[in-house]
Design a protein around this ligand. Sequence first.
Ligand SMILES: Cc1ncc(COP(=O)(O)O)c(C=O)c1O
Length: 384
Amino acid sequence: MGVDRFDGVELEYLKQILARGRLSGQGDGFHGKLEAAFAEAYGVKHAIAANAAMSLLISSVFAAGAGTGDEVICDPLVQFHAIGALWQNCYPTFADVCPDTWLMDPESARRTISPQTKAICVTNLWGQPAELDALRKVADERGVVLIEDCAHAQLLPYKGKFAGTWGHIGVFSFCQGKHMTTGDGGIAVTDDDELAARIRSVTCFGESPPHLATVFRMTEMQAAIGLAQLEKVKGYLEEYLKSYAQLSAAIDGCGWLQPRAIRDGCGNSPYIFSFAWRGDDHGVNLERFKQALFDTGDTWNIGFTQVPAYKYKLFTEPLAYQNKGCPIHRCPYYEGSYQYHDGLCPTAEAILPRLVNHNCMLAEEQAKGVGDRLRVAIEATERG
Ligand SMILES: Cc1ncc(COP(=O)(O)O)c(C=O)c1O
């Protein structure tokens, strides 16, 4: 990480916790302060902190009213919501992505909605917003809940509002590699009182839980560090935007590398810098490019996961619940007919092996170095 992320503020807050002698709790202390500050920063009524974004995705699927026999539309480029759906015994279905942004295509989401669908989970992947207004319209028209996965989308503007506030629920991650971190942790935001109460009712319970719940509580130490990080994250993002510009400039004008589009009205919270390999259309050798990238000494990733989430064994085989087959392979409550197959999300299948990614949460100077070496790699590849 190229930007100093921790300073005396975190330490001061941690000392206050130890002096108070209360390391966990909800409502008061740093837990309550973080929730209030996050809600204020995003202009929402509710912010619910928990031990991980994953816990909040699981809770959000429940809050959306999705359960056994229901479908949840997920993003094919990542697996997180599909796993969240499995935890609620739901059948994950998948909407395709757009070929220029690698973000969920609202029309594909619309086509994927069935009578069983209860929620759409969209990822604002790698710091760029999906078409959140269009997705919200689709969700509202069909009476399903839109859950935004904002793990990569801190303070990300989209058409005048932050990503995370277009959906009925927005879920943020504070795990180690994110824009702001508490080690592990996450927060869900919503303006809806009932959704907020339902999420809270899963993440923590008293004597007699009203339904299946668990303890996904965030500790005071995590909340304190989160509060300190929230106060600084805007500054980190300003630096990462400069880094993004450095990396973008490096591929500018290269006819065989496709930049990732940032459409009108879309902001950028740089997380991963991504572009697509198109060398095969231009007679450029992929192995040569891979070697040239390797020679830079930087940590480039080519092809990301290679295949969409619905090709993972967790979904294609009955692994989720002790090989019993629930909820995808054998569920007496499932009345739909959805099946995974090759070509289910053709754009996701085509784009994934082409993706070339590098961490973009770098100090500008560091990013300039990565960009300069990338340019050298491009030239070396062209020389053959
Ligand atoms: C897109 C996305 N969603 C959800 C998560 C889960 O976050 P957490 O580790 O806080 O559970 C991650 C973590 O890397 C992620 O990248």
